[in-house]
Design a protein around this ligand. Sequence first.
Ligand code: NAD
Length: 259
Amino acid sequence: MPVTTAVVTGAAKGIGLAIAERLISEEAHVIAFDRDADGLSAAASRLGECYEPLVGDVGEWDDHERAAAAAEAAGDLRWWVNNAGVDWVSAAHEATPEHIEQGLRVLLNGPVYGGAVAVRHMLHRRTGSIVNISSVQGIAAYPRYYVYDIAKAGVLMATKSIAVDYAPFGIRANAVLPGCIETPMTYETLDPRLPREEALRREGEQAPMLRVGQPHEIAEVVAFLLSDRAAFVTGAGLVADGGTSARVYPFPPLDLDSL
Ligand SMILES: NC(=O)c1ccc[n+]([C@@H]2O[C@H](COP(=O)([O-])OP(=O)(O)OC[C@H]3O[C@@H](n4cnc5c(N)ncnc54)[C@H](O)[C@@H]3O)[C@@H](O)[C@H]2O)c1
């Protein structure tokens, strides 16, 4: 039986690295596609030959093609995860055309290119599963995330579009919408005046679960959606956010001790 291969973008660290590790635990060969060559090398020396680094930029169509070709050379390309992203802060009045284009290039073009290349390579086998990493910010806006929020909403629609067009041909596409997850991206957003643990604790208070999530908790959801365990699931946006998007306003938790 040929090896199942998976392309995972942004797999050098954070959520993408956790996804790569999770898929390797399911015997997949992972094409770890990231622009961070040093990060890829460090992960490769730890994870071994099932983690195949590919230095590239998700804003470049040809780099997606290179990733697909590497996956086909190693086995059957069945899984594709568009995960790479950047924290991109601006309100509309601050955003310049260059800032908008640079942000959309990674956050929106990346998954849109990746999805298009993935289906072209999956169609002949009439099977495949794509997962796009959107965000809770794809369904509700966070202050000063104009470009990011727009891109993440677009990622959700790119998912549904592929799901609808290719469901009859055995290809599924789903999105995961994480809340705040402890990754290098999140570290960059924390208040530098606070010890990291305290800053993370405060960040976690935005979720009804009163904590931030961990990368492996997103990887678990991705692995489920990719697998045949989710055989009847396509076009879905699955929130994994500790309840964040279920709440209208940040009310304090119930005081059950006083009852
Ligand atoms: N961390 C969170 O709280 C959170 C919440 C919701 C959604 N997300 C989304 O999850 C995804 C992963 O985020 P993370 O927190 O792990 O981020 P991270 O910054 O920790 O890791 C992102 C990875 O993507 C790579 N990358 C960035 N731009 C790239 C490009 N142009 N080409 C190739 N690789 C590129 C980076 O080198 C890095 O290895 C992103 O799409 C992010 O928007 C994160």
